[in-house]
Design a protein around this ligand. Structure first.
Ligand SMILES: [Zn+2]
Length: 167
């Protein structure tokens, strides 16, 4: 039997609930990085230590499964490994983030606005306009204009009635 969905060699449920590994994947998704950068960023963000033993074995696992690849450079006579997601690794991350966002949709709703006109959810770049003294969110200026037009039609129907030209 052929599988209809892509199978990852990681259990998504396990990954999504493992905050350390989630952090590592988030860092990798932002671009090529070093193991120590992952550790430093963790410390900076959470004021807690992330043990190298939580980072390097996982990076090796990811590489074994071809989700990441590494390049080695020499910096001041020290060997430095740069880790980078492969396209499969990027797909894994996108799936993981989507899964995470679905589970925690309540937390993300705080970032969302709903367009007053078309009801679409806006994550970034909300267009605001003050209408009748109330600041209203819109996904774009066109929705704002259409909404304003619709208010005029419903509230003062005389002003937008088409004028019948005598023929
Ligand atoms: Zn809209």
């Amino acid at each position: 039997m052929r599988r209809m969905t892509r199978k990852y060699s990681f259990n998504m449920t396990e990954l999504v609930s493992d905050f350390n590994r989630f952090h590592i994947l988030t860092m990798l998704y932002q671009g090529p990085t070093h193991g120590y950068q992952i550790i430093n960023q963790y410390k900076h963000n959470f004021k807690k230590e992330l043990s190298p033993s939580a980072v390097y074995p996982f990076l090796h696992q990811l590489e074994e499964k071809h989700y990441i690849k590494h390049t080695t450079t020499v910096n001041e006579s020290k060997l430095r490994n740069t880790f980078e997601l492969t396209p499969t690794g990027q797909a894994l991350c996108r799936n993981l983030f989507r899964y995470f966002t679905e589970i925690h949709s309540t937390a993300f709703k705080i970032l969302l606005h709903t367009c007053t006109h078309c009801n679409s959810q806006i994550y970034k770049g909300t267009y605001h306009e003050i209408i009748n003294g109330t600041k209203k969110p819109f996904c774009c200026i066109h929705c704002a204009n259409t909404y304003k037009q619709s208010i005029i039609t419903t509230t003062t129907n005389t002003t937008t009635q088409p004028i019948h030209q005598p023929t």
